[in-house]
Unconditional design. Structure first.
Length: 201
């Protein structure tokens, strides 16, 4: 029987919280952990054998992708919490996951030189992208044709169809967060300075 790593419990909060029952007595001071979990609709998805290191929702919110130190990606049905598919393509811990806004692709990075670009129709690797060993963040731009990765102090943008580099920007500190905004700007943050917008053509 496969052992589940203690740190590999994937916690997902569901947007629709159940209505609180009518109170017939004075409530206890402060919610208990179980009551708080019930009120926000917390669920636990178990499946990885090592810690969960990356998460991404599909654009329609129906699929949750989770990456782990066990080097696998699990696709979950959000409504039921069941495992839809396991993806294996990396030889190191997953560091980032991002879906294209049109839902056509999923990009995954790990502690290895290449990102995997998955076709969500077949769930096969469409191509590899040479993002570098340190890629720790990834985000798709709104056009679904371009995605960005962060590697240390460098942010790169890539053509999702070809895997070719498009632009590179060097920032003064290591990038610890990366977010694509609806207007096409990329927002980066690091642990030593405030978040700042970066433009990549």
């Amino acid at each position: 029987m496969q052992q589940i790593h203690p740190a590999a419990l994937l916690i997902a909060t569901i947007a629709h919280a159940p209505a609180a029952p009518a109170q017939t007595a004075a409530p206890a001071k402060g919610p208990t952990p179980m009551r708080a979990a019930a009120e926000i609709g917390m669920r636990t998805f178990k499946g990885h054998t090592d810690g969960v290191t990356a998460l991404a929702f599909s654009p329609d919110g129906k699929i949750l992708a989770s990456g782990s130190g066990d080097r696998s990606i699990i696709l979950w049905d959000v409504a039921s919490g069941t495992i839809l598919r396991r993806l294996h393509g990396h030889t190191a811990a997953i560091t980032a996951l991002c879906f294209a806004p049109d839902g056509s692709r999923l990009v995954s990075t790990a502690g290895e030189p290449f990102a995997d670009i998955w076709n969500t129709g077949s769930w096969k690797i469409e191509r590899l992208c040479p993002v570098g060993l340190g890629a720790s963040e990834a985000a798709f731009l709104p056009d679904s044709a371009t995605f960005a990765t962060a590697d240390g102090t460098t942010m790169n943008t890539w053509d999702a169809a070809t895997g070719e580099a498009k632009a590179s920007i060097h920032l003064p500190a290591n990038i610890s967060a990366l977010l694509a905004l609806p207007d096409g700007l990329l927002l980066t943050g690091d642990i030593s300075t405030k978040a700042e917008p970066a433009v990549a053509a």
